[in-house]
Design a protein around this ligand. Structure first.
Ligand SMILES: *Cc1c(COP(=O)(O)O)cnc(C)c1O
Length: 379
């Protein structure tokens, strides 16, 4: 049996255990502590543009807190990209609000600005109210068309919460993803570009919003000598042990992003001549994806095989690949949610595949994956 090539693996830089040891040695084995402060500082330095970062237990909790700070309440509507992981949409429901799904456009695979505007107009016509927030996603690290999305959002006065869970290090027109809308979130789950084993962050534009995020993330505890609460809070803070991993990971983040881009480049070159296979690339110079995962589309009429044939063929060779995200508007749990779609995300789901893209994979590993796909093409 050939050695297994995984889709995405945690990739430690080497210093992580020092920072964890420091947490133990100083007995900061707690939520909050010096590692959390330091991790937040290095994230905000990395993002630039005056970001106020709060480290949290997960990316999902970061989205939830973002919606709370945007005052999303029961029966409000929130527009969300349909082509995404369920964690983008679920926190809308935690608030008792209703997701409205918008399809993707072909170049970025992210929120289609035209459909966004159509959705806003239609919701206004049907409900008499504007949606309370917009959640575009930078899927697989590819920036969404933020200029167009922000222009529309501004015109209607609707705030944007950017889901940059997969896009730490990606840039749109020189701006880091997650810093362009009103707020941005990141995930440090085990398979993301850097990891804290599990974790997330919310990036806000003002210190006051950061203060509120930290308040709600620590049970909404008021300053008093006893436990005093005027609002419902959450236990969403990152632990000082996890933040130690994060500090070490920040030291290798640039290297991880560089390597992911390089891996995508190797796939692009290797698969360039395979009919019917298209490797996802930046649509123009405005977009600079971190290529968290390299994705391909397989057009069966041109390739002579389907994306599932590729997946099974790779699996036989002990190589893990995965379907693209199944759009939210196709998920049974969201069967009743309004949707503004025109087939793009459905087409992507039907024809797309994520290829192994871990920053720890060698060039030879990538050649092995590419050769395996090419061998299917000549059969
Ligand atoms: C991973 C992910 C999240 C959620 O992050 P967790 O840290 O796993 O809670 C949200 N949105 C997208 C697009 C993701 O990929």
């Amino acid at each position: 049996m050939k050695t297994k090539i995984n889709l995405a693996l945690a990739h430690m830089g080497g210093r992580e255990q020092e920072f964890i040891k420091e947490a133990f040695d100083t007995n900061w084995v707690t939520p909050l502590g010096p590692n959390v402060d330091s991790f937040e500082k290095s994230l905000s330095d990395y993002l630039g543009e005056q970001q106020y970062v709060t480290a949290l237990s997960t990316g999902t909790s970061a989205i939830h807190l973002g919606l709370i700070l945007l005052n999303v309440q029961a029966d409000d509507e929130v527009i969300c990209q349909s082509f995404t992981f369920a964690a983008s949409a679920n926190p809308i429901v935690y608030q008792g609000a209703k997701p409205v799904f918008v399809d993707s456009e072909k170049d970025t695979w992210n929120m289609d600005p035209e459909l966004l505007e159509l959705a806003i107009e239609d919701r206004l016509r049907i409900t008499g109210r504007l949606p309370k927030a917009i959640i575009p996603v930078h899927l697989y690290g590819m920036p969404a068309r933020m200029d167009e999305i922000c222009e529309i959002a501004d015109r209607y006065g609707i705030p944007i919460l950017e889901d940059a869970a997969e896009a730490l290090g990606s840039e749109y027109k020189g701006h880091k993803c997650g810093t362009i809308g009103n707020m941005g979130i990141f995930s440090f789950n085990g398979n993301k570009i850097i990891t804290t084993s599990g974790g997330g962050a919310l990036a806000c534009r003002t210190q006051e919003l950061q203060r509120q995020a930290q308040f709600y993330a620590t049970q909404a505890r008021e300053t008093a000598p006893y436990y005093h609460h005027k609002a419902v809070g959450y236990n969403y803070r990152m632990s000082n042990v996890c933040a130690g991993i994060g500090r070490g990971q920040m030291m290798v983040l640039d290297e991880h992003v560089r390597r992911r881009r390089e891996i995508c480049q190797i796939y692009t070159t290797e698969l360039a001549d395979v009919p019917g296979i298209e490797v996802k690339r930046n649509p123009s110079e405005a977009f600079d994806s971190n290529f968290w995962l390299t994705c391909i589309l397989v057009e069966p009429s041109k390739a002579g095989f389907t994306c599932d044939d590729v997946r099974l063929h790779l699996e036989n060779e002990n190589i893990e690949s995965r379907y693209l995200w199944k759009p939210m508007h196709l998920q049974p749990v969201y069967a009743d949610a309004p949707r503004y779609v025109r087939g793009v995300s459905e087409y992507l789901f039907d024809t797309g595949l994520c290829l192994p893209s871990s920053s720890m994979l060698s060039d030879d590993d990538i050649y092995r994956v590419a050769d395996c796909i090419k061998s299917l093409a000549v059969k």
